[in-house]
Design a protein around this ligand. Structure first.
Ligand code: ADP
Ligand code: NI
Length: 217
């Protein structure tokens, strides 16, 4: 097996290349933040295999429909196989890639702390100030309105599991972003999610206050 640093560098180059041609909500910077956050959560929790967490975070979005590569697990197996990584780590990294998604609606397998950590890190990046920026960025990319006041906001959402089809970006908060806090797996994730959740709630209060100005008594 190669030196861990060399492995991470090589996998980083692969992911950077795989993500060149798609929307900026999934740019390389999202991956970098998820890697940093996942390693931070692992340090705070004091458990989880470091290499699995780092590779799992780097490769978590590969195979996503927004990426060039379509068969994530196959790509990952090929890539990590050539780097001489153990089959246990490869299986775990693939399981992270397959199970991380919010739209699949699954909770992380409680047996895998590495999946729990990377899933928390990915979800935290959809929350707080960064999450708000990513949501409006994605909504703009899709040509959605920032808000459509004609469509009633339902909480919980009418259509669970279809948050990518939110009618406006403000609706996306109710379809997904405000639900993430209660889906955190680790105590560290929950602590950070609390802060980011409250920030989004304050943001929405301000948004509706400005939206309604002149119409409310
Ligand atoms: P992930 O990186 O967790 O796989 P997604 O692919 O679901 O995230 O979405 C990428 C980013 O775009 C996230 O921040 C998500 O909240 C946001 N997003 C997804 N669908 C919408 C939407 N319909 N409107 C606004 N933002 C969206
Ligand atoms: Ni992601």
């Amino acid at each position: 097996m190669k030196d861990e640093r060399e492995i991470i560098d090589e996998v980083s180059r692969f992911v950077m290349k795989a993500m060149q041609n798609h929307d900026s909500g999934h740019g390389w910077s999202h991956i970098e933040r998820v890697v940093r956050m996942a390693l931070y959560i692992r340090d705070c929790e004091g458990r989880g295999n470091r290499l699995t967490v780092e590779l799992g975070a780097l490769l978590h979005d590969v195979g996503d429909h927004k990426f060039a590569a379509h068969d994530g697990p196959e790509e990952i197996r090929k890539l990590l196989g050539t780097l001489g990584i153990s089959s246990e780590v490869i299986s775990e990294v693939i399981s992270i890639n397959e199970n991380i998604s919010f739209s699949k609606g699954r909770r992380a397998d409680p047996a895998s702390i590495e999946l729990q950590i990377v899933q928390d890190a990915d979800r935290l990046d959809a929350m707080g100030a960064i999450g708000i920026a990513r949501a409006f960025n994605y909504g703009g990319f899709k040509g959605n309105d920032i808000y459509d006041h004609r469509v009633k906001i339902t909480d919980p959402p009418l259509l669970p599991g279809t948050s990518s089809k939110s009618v406006s970006t403000i609706h996306h908060f109710y379809d997904k972003l405000l639900l993430l806090r209660d889906l955190m797996n680790t105590p560290t994730g929950r602590r950070l999610a609390d802060e980011r959740h409250d920030y989004m709630v304050r943001y929405l209060d301000q948004f509706f206050m400005e939206w309604n100005a002149g119409e409310e008594t």
